[in-house]
Design a protein around this ligand. Sequence first.
Ligand code: K1U
Ligand code: ZN
Length: 167
Amino acid sequence: MALLPILRFPDPRLKKIAAPVTKIDDSVRQLIADMAETMYEAPGIGLAATQVDVHKQIVVIDVSEERNQLLALINPCLDELQGEQEGEEGCLSVPGIFEKVARAERVTVHYRDVDGETRSLVAEGLLAVCIQHEIDHLNGKVFVDHLSQLKQTRIRNKLAKQARVTA
Ligand code: K1U
Ligand code: ZN
């Protein structure tokens, strides 16, 4: 397994639209294993392939306390969005920034698993938020895009300052 470098906002590659996976083979399963290792090490509760500069529709998620309930979603597609919730979100591509974002409370998603089986999942609360956040990444969207222009500008300035300090 391998740790993968995570792209940092505002890297333009985070805006790329991911392509559907057409064949679920060992290379896809290896990428999923590497993404999971990268997510656990960060640490994070999710990671989209876009964030590791692979523009395929693959996400990994684990919102469990014990960090032992890995979900790998290939070609995830939201079927139903219900209700609303607002919670603080972070992003491994936007380190140190946490902001409230409005999301659906409950989602139904269908996807393919690592064996190529089509599955459907109904999720609520944090898992629902994480699924929406990761599918946004596959569509070239970062959580910052949900915020006001003023907040976006402040975040860009803060990250630019951080980058100058660490350079
Ligand atoms: O996609 C990502 O960048 C991962 C991101 C997912 C996410 C977090 C919060 C709300 C929605 C989606 C993260 O995992 S940021 C890190 C984080 O929230 C966390 C890390 C360790 C333990 C608990 C949370
Ligand atoms: Zn993110």
